[in-house]
Design a protein around this ligand. Sequence first.
Ligand code: PBG
Ligand code: ZN
Length: 340
Amino acid sequence: ASTAATSVSISGDISSQLHGGYSHPLARSWQAERQLTKSMLIYPVFITDRPDDEELIASLPGQKRVGLNKLVPLLTPLVAKGLKSVMLFGVPLAPTAKDALGTAADDPNGPVIQGIRIIRKAFPRLFINTDVCLCEYTSHGHCGILHEDGSLNNQLSVDRISDVAMAYAEAGAHCVAPSDMNDGRIRAIKLKLIEAGIAHRVLLMSYSAKFSGCLYGPFREAAGSVPSFGDRRCYQLPPGGRGLARRAITRDIGEGADVIMVKPASQYLDIISDAKDIGKDMPVAAYQVSGEYAMICAAAKAGVFDRKTMAFESTEGILRAGANIVISYFTPEFLDWLET
Ligand code: PBG
Ligand code: ZN
């Protein structure tokens, strides 16, 4: 009581004074555990089977689908600005391209395998992630091979998905990232990588906690992967399933995943935090998916907020929750906005 009486200039508790700690922009940047840098960003790239294609994707403002001949022109300015990593998606448009087994997924002349070869040659330092799934290539649009009743045949799907992953890895992908959600695919892929003697040079990123819902709509339009019947709720996680997500993450780490992913991102920040907690010793990736991106574009266009401010705010939320890697359609813009 006597000290308080002599400190005439201090009216309240000293610990209540916080503003001095973040009055300068540099001091504000010190408040974040993780700063967004260019090396954290992965840019999704859609490659069609029509070599000269270059068309804007209506559902994803500003994003393009390109053919193999337009891949280098698309990436050259981005690599010059510091792009470090891409995630490749194949978009087969030929009328005969789809069948019940998703045969086109690992066509050696198809867009993904040829895309890997072109990128490796043109940009030797660019890290190539490949989304591994069948839904873009199956006639029914589901993420695997089906039983007669329309449900996923897990064993056949895992065999096929792991073959596709091997084909991408052998073509030179640095990372294979299965997004299909079949049980046991991480183990199957890891075993095949080991058997082929390439496990030491291929990163296995699992879409571990991938939730079902409406946020993949713009992507499915872009990739032509809307299921022809039913939905994906029997293999993608139910939105309320936090415990299920934790079990899937734990399982995939046990099966040999090198990186675990949570998707969508902003609606599942608690899951990103859980992933970081469960996978303490590994990088956690978060995918800010097509619907999240399209929502921000639409709201910015409607004048609800500033596009750049929300791109940062949403991404910083994803980092704060625990992500080390962000797969983002804003990547080209961040390359302009970020210094490092
Ligand atoms: C393929 C796949 C999807 C996405 C990534 N890989 C679509 C889906 O599962 O329906 C979604 C990406 C996005 O929405 O941006 N399985
Ligand atoms: Zn799929």
